[in-house]
Ligand binder design. Sequence first.
Ligand code: C2E
Ligand code: MG
Ligand code: MG
Length: 739
Amino acid sequence: MAMQVHDAFNAPVDDSDTDLNLNSLNSKAGQRALQLFVRAVEASTNGVMITDAVDPKHPIIYVNPAFERITGFAASAVVNRNARFLAGSALDQSALDVIRSALRRRRAAQAVVQCFRKDETPFWNQVSVAPVPDEHGVVGHYVSIFEDVSERVYRENQLVHLSTHDVLTGLANRTLLDDRLDQALMRSVRDGSIVAVMLIDLDRFKQVNDSLGHTAGDRLLKAVAIRLEHCVREGDTVARLGGDEFVLVLADLSRNEDASMLARKIILSLTQPFDLDGREVFVTPSIGISFYPQDGENTSSLLRLADLAMYQVKASGRNGFSCFSQDMNVRAQAMADLESGLRQALEKDELTLYFQPKADLYSGQICGAEALIRWQHPIKGLIPPEQFIPLAEESGIILPLGEWVLREACRQASLWQREGMPGLTIAVNFSARQCRQHNIVEVVAQALQDAKLDPQWLQLELTESMVMQNPDQAEILLRRLKALGVSLAMDDFGTGYSSLGYLKRFPFDCLKIDQSFVQNITTEPDDALIASAVIAMAHSLRLYVVAEGVETESQMRYLRNQKCDQMQGFYFSWPLSATDFSDFVRSSACLPLRRKSADLSIRTLLLVDEEEEVLEALRSLLGRSGYRILTATSGALALELLGLNEVQVIIADQRLSQMSGIEFLSRVKEIYPDTVRLVLSGSSDLASVTGAINRGAIFRYLTKPWDDTVLQEHIRKAFAHYDRDRAARTSGALRQRND
Ligand code: C2E
Ligand code: MG
Ligand code: MG
């Protein structure tokens, strides 16, 4: 029957008749109309296929030439077969279900089905199927129209791919990531599995980009993408959010540890060198992980929390991973609060500058001030900078804040000068972030210009670490700042790692010794030595030196003796409000410095013993010889006295609690090498003092009980020794000067 129909369709058609009334097939006109339709179907560019709806196998009974052209199958090869062979093995396509179910209901349907040509190449077939009822309304056939829409589908797919994938790496993009994450979360709700979101940021990727160029950077990103894909399981999603930020969605986990294990694997994989055109490049990742349902409840919160965890890794030295924890959130919240608080503070004038005077150690006169920011919080009171500067740095608000400090310091300095205050250099602290601000030189220039302040009165303080982060760039920046006419100080010197010699390349004028050294300058020989070496070396590099955090007279005296140029610290003055500062200057406050000549004529002897009676006996014996006598019952007290007084000879008992006599005298040797030091001890434990004697820490070892005359003679010799040494030192110094 099928063949008959097929033949009937191929019957010649007389198209001279244009009556299209198919209801009168028996008439001649009807026959012609039918033939016309047959010709039209045959000429159609769309494939046409008619199948038998009654036969349960639904065989094909007719296909037109376009069908043959599209599919590559000849009509004779397909007639009598079920059309399903066209879909090859792809029989579970949902598009086919649409058609099947429509046919079952005797309805028309349309779907794009993946089909295969005779040569097995695939193509996308837009199939429109319709039931064909006979004159009694019974469906005897189906007619299907085929159209090869491969090109369109390909283009559509390409568009879909583009809108869901990252062009550079081919990984999922943010859109697809959101979609996959949503699906994973839904699955997790159903089956109680865990979903991990892993944010991966490459450390110092910018450096690769900057030094090797963008093409190399792109290649590196592609290579990283490939390694990441190798690390994950099939169902996991690897996405790139842009830049050097990648995100992994790990679905269906049963334990959090699985994500940690994968993070370790990724670190191991990414830290293997990459080969970019024969050049080995090393990268390390910082990875933050958040979990559903434990941490966040939706895509955006999970990503945000993973980001927080990632920042934690960056902050603690990079190259590692960290899982989100609640205290990161607390910190982030505190930071957000602080940031908005600081923004308001800037607007509402809650920030003020305090000025800490600096004194010249030669003249004792005030010689400048450091501007130090304070936040006058309406509720929390005066907040010191250490509580907000580091966070302000992290959040970036340091830039407007730093600019405010700069402008305010210039304005105040200029105002004071117009009020007749003598010219004082005002130092302003610079933050690392400000140093990287592209227009920082212009910002400084503008602040000076707006305040009409001569640049010589502005000093900028930068720390060692800021400069050492990128020495080449720092050098350029410092030279440009210097060209404005301002002076530059290296702040907190000694807390970093760089050597003074290295700092030679930068145009600093001044070096500030960090307060951590100054603090122990009169008790810790190491700190004393470092301070005096730094002073001497700084001078040889033509830098003047400011000691920070000077709190006691003895520290001040020690520094002065070491030829330190200026000091800053509570001993001279606390940081003061602008009004208090101008009062301070007007009062001509000055460092109490004793005249040198007065010190020299007095012969001072320091006695150190825990027993008051011993001190008393020695005082009355030796006082008779005209010495000025100082006494102390401990090493610490004695060091304090040494800081405050010119002492030539010291006698210490060996048995002192906390710091033994030997240890005390050894320290004194380092800090005050010119002094002459004797031990007066009850025990005759010579072994413990031999070393000290050999190191030159001890001039004589005397035993208790003592013979008055012998002791007096030893003391006389000790002072004579001091004088001889002193004469030698002076002539040595003179010789050096004359050379
Ligand atoms: P810094 O630049 O080293 O400033 C010296 C700090 O030592 C000041 O603390 C000062 O009050 C304190 N100080 C001064 N004399 C003594 C002393 O005798 N003993 C002790 N223990 N401390 C003393 P402050 O004002 O709390 O400032 C701390 C740090 O905050 C500053 O250290 C500086 O790094 C930063 N800072 C302050 N103001 C600003 C600013 O306007 N911008 C920037 N970027 N940082 C600032
Ligand atoms: Mg400073
Ligand atoms: Mg400092």
